[in-house]
Design a protein around this ligand. Sequence first.
Ligand code: SAM
Length: 323
Amino acid sequence: MKNLIDKYGRKIEYLRISVTDRCNLSCLYCIPPEGIKLVPKEKLLTFEEILRVAKITVGLGVQKIKLTGGEPLVRKGIVELIRKLSEIPELEDLSLTTNGILLSSLSEKLFQAGLKRVNVSVDSLQPDRFREITGGGELSKVLLGIDKAQNLGMKVKVNTVSLRGFNDPEILDFVQFSQIKKLEVRFIEFMPLCGNGWNQKLFIPLNEAKEIIAKSYTLKLTDGNGVATVYEIENGGRIGFIPTLSEPFCSGCSRIRLTSWGGIRPCLFSNIEYRILPLLRDGSPDEKIAEVIIKAVQSKPEYNPYLAQKTETKEILMRNVGG
Ligand code: SAM
């Protein structure tokens, strides 16, 4: 089988892999007040297991893989995993999303191992505010990481979760940052997950951000990628909007997720999960694992129920499922 098609006709070609639930930051929108219970190490997928699932899904038709977490760069051996994944012949696109804290020290090795694209999360360009949002992160380290990655020739995109009362005064600063660094800045709507304190007061619908930008810049629509609507602006800037809540893109969703503890999740907002860890550890053949992946794809909801309700869901922990 070379095409993974779900029962609503969506072609599934994108696998997001959470390589760890550990993280070196504690962003206020990612952590519930009671904290996070980490998965015991022996229950996390090994790199061999991740590689095996990646190869099976690519064999089924997946063309793009993104590594996420948690923070993927805190997992020991991540460079070797990248190298092995980049050697999968039919995989067209391999990328990673990171908070950037360790990027400057690892970027060269990652690049040499085959990583050509990276998304870096930057929620503020003000050091104090950055520290506040991320629970102590150093902005300068992240900016250094971005520069290093770009100098090596990596394609860098910046992701910014829009939070009213925190980074809303910085919308135009991010636009300028995009122009100066010649990279795409993507504004992401704050999503209600894992008891993270989501409420309407913190939420910025992205058409509001777009209106603010459009008063000062000419926005020229480009193709986008099904999830982000992307605009070119003057002087080499690119601005994307990911309006997960206000304009859900479920009908164009081509993703499934592999959780750090070995489950296949067909939708970020749904608790549907197919466990493959036991199969990976009991000697089951690839065909049996492929069957479970196909089953997971067939159970992908048409539209996720939480988006419609716009209420918080306590059960889904971004760090485990993989944002
Ligand atoms: N640590 C990595 C990083 O910072 O990119 C990967 C994991 S992180 C969960 C992936 C992305 O999810 C980040 O861009 C983060 O800002 C975003 N994210 C986490 N919780 C979110 C939420 N509640 N709403 C919107 N985006 C969120």
